[in-house]
Design a protein around this ligand. Structure first.
Ligand code: FER
Length: 289
């Protein structure tokens, strides 16, 4: 029942003549912890080709980086030094997806120290990110860009620790987001790599979150990706296998026509952004339908 993984066509890595632009969004947030400290945050923003010429409102994909990263990481800064922008530009140009806005925020903030090197400490930040997402980031995006409002126009995805952040947004902000793209990372709500060590409790935590949010099974879609040579393969695969035992909440299929959950496994896929961008190529055409 896994969805076959498709590689990105080689020409999608080339510069696209109808490319979008990157800009930066600055906003104010809070640590939302005992320090209750105001913090300055920023996100890198991808605006599709033609954004300045249309009056259209767009769907939004929130894309979280992995451990040790920052808001520049997934696009390679405003200069677009990674492959992501070319891949998305070409997907839009070829009609694989509708033009969309991509927001690359960060779960770190200035003053972050040990969480930059400790994944356990980073996990505390990914599990706190929903406060900032709901209270500050979504409003800042909606105040500054022409985006469609409402959960069916929002997707959240991320790589590695950004995948952990994605499971947390699924658990804590399901009322704000319909589409999820966890890539190469399990949910650490119970403990570090709990998808492997405590799959039953981890999945029960996610089920309880769905029940508490009162969102119907037909109203959330998860496209989970990893590779069989990825360091996150065992934790994520163990967790997804446990999820398959709960079709009342997670019904696996090869697309979202009759199911709400897709597991896309790349043979030879490693724990790298190269594969992460390929997962975006596989997933994004299934969102915002
Ligand atoms: C995982 C394996 C590795 C995972 C995260 C990592 C959230 C992160 C590794 C790193 O940042 O070095 O299953 O899930």
């Amino acid at each position: 029942m896994n969805r076959p993984f498709t590689d990105v066509p080689q020409e999608y890595y080339n510069t696209c003549i109808t490319g979008g632009t990157l800009t930066r969004l600055h906003y104010t947030s809070n640590t939302y912890d005992d320090n209750n400290c105001e913090i300055k945050k920023d996100a890198l923003v991808y605006l599709p080709y033609g954004y300045d010429k249309t009056k259209d409102d767009y769907n939004v994909f929130y894309f979280m980086h992995g451990g040790g990263g920052n808001s520049d990481e997934v696009f390679g800064g405003i200069e677009a030094r990674t492959d992501l922008k070319n891949v998305v530009d070409n997907m839009i140009a070829n009609g694989d997806i509708e033009p969309l806005i991509i927001i690359a925020p960060s779960f770190y903030y200035e003053g972050t120290t040990e969480a930059l090197t400790s994944t356990k400490a980073a996990g505390a930040l990914t599990q706190n990110f929903h406060h900032e997402f709901i209270k500050d980031l979504i409003p800042a995006v909606e105040n500054n860009f022409r985006v469609k409002s409402g959960r069916k126009h929002r997707a959240f995805g991320g790589f590695s620790m950004g995948s952990e952040a994605t499971w947390n947004i699924f658990a804590k902000a399901l009322c704000e987001v319909k589409y999820f793209l966890p890539m190469s990372g399990d949910c650490w709500a119970i403990e570090l790599q709990g998808g492997l060590s405590r799959p039953k409790e981890t999945v029960q935590f996610l089920i309880n979150s769905v029940i508490n949010s009162r969102v119907a099974k037909t109203d959330y879609n998860v496209f989970a990706c990893t590779g069989d040579e990825d360091i996150a393969y065992n934790p994520m695969n163990s967790m997804l296998n446990e999820m398959m035992l709960h079709p009342d909440f997670f019904e696996f299929g090869t697309d979202f026509s009759k199911s709400n959950f897709v597991y896309c496994l790349a043979a030879g896929g490693t724990h790298t952004y190269d594969y992460c961008y390929k997962y975006c190529y596989n997933a994004l055409p299934h969102f915002f339908k």
